[in-house]
Design a protein around this ligand. Structure first.
Ligand SMILES: C[S@@+](CC[C@H](N)C(=O)[O-])C[C@H]1O[C@@H](n2cnc3c(N)ncnc32)[C@H](O)[C@@H]1O
Length: 192
């Protein structure tokens, strides 16, 4: 397994410099429709980098970060509330969040379907999800997937169209943006 618990300082000090600008721009656009002071969950947050990017364009939002690695969470900014937990079993009540952010993390979740079920449970009606990850149908995506599996990671990478179908089956309306070997999915939970 990748020893994330010991890698917090690398993600904190090198991560922001190598994060793609297009992803940050799309994230800001995703946040525009959120209500004032909306609660946002950063899932597989690591050092909370997605929350930091989001804070730069929407400082009014309330950020909560979840990650199993305390050694990552301890580097997060003071305005982020942190919880040491897994995406598959979230320590929150139903309808707790208006939006969820997942950056380069979904492919690390052991059970993606269970994680999506938990996302649906904690999201408010009409809530939305921003997922940024690597496309396993591309050459670089395939290589990344193989390398991570060599490290004993689950390597749950998807071609975005496959993840789209999965999310739709859980009640989301899904839009994909392709950026070479990376993609962004914006998914909105259909109101009931
Ligand atoms: C590559 S890091 C990405 C961190 C951060 N989102 C970023 O963009 O820099 C992947 C993170 O997923 C976390 N992770 C692994 N398994 C997880 C799970 N089942 N639930 C939630 N997070 C998990 C790891 O601890 C790690 O911090």
């Amino acid at each position: 397994m990748i020893p994330f618990n010991h890698l917090g300082w690398i993600f904190k000090y090198i991560g922001p410099a190598i994060y793609p600008r297009k992803i940050r721009g799309s994230l800001c656009r995703f946040l525009i429709p959120l209500s004032r002071s909306a609660s946002v969950l950063d899932l597989g947050a690591g050092t909370g980098i997605m929350s930091e990017f989001a804070y730069a364009c929407r400082p009014d939002l309330q950020f909560t970060a979840v990650d199993p690695a305390e050694g990552m969470l301890k580097y997060s900014a003071e305005y982020i509330q942190t919880h040491t937990a897994y995406a598959e079993l979230l320590p929150f009540d139903t309808f707790s969040f208006e939006a969820i952010l997942i950056g380069e993390a979904l492919h690390h979740f052991q059970d993606v379907d269970q994680s999506i079920q938990e996302m649906v449970r904690v999201l408010q009606n009409g809530g939305s999800v921003f997922i940024y990850d690597f496309d396993s149908s591309t050459f670089i995506g395939k290589i990344l997937c193989r390398i991570e599996r060599l490290f004993g990671e689950p390597g749950n990478f998807y071609p975005p169209e496959v993840l789209k179908k999965k999310l739709e089956s859980h009640g989301f309306t899904v839009h994909i943006s392709h950026f070479g070997y990376r993609y962004i999915i914006v998914a909105q939970l259909r109101s009931i």
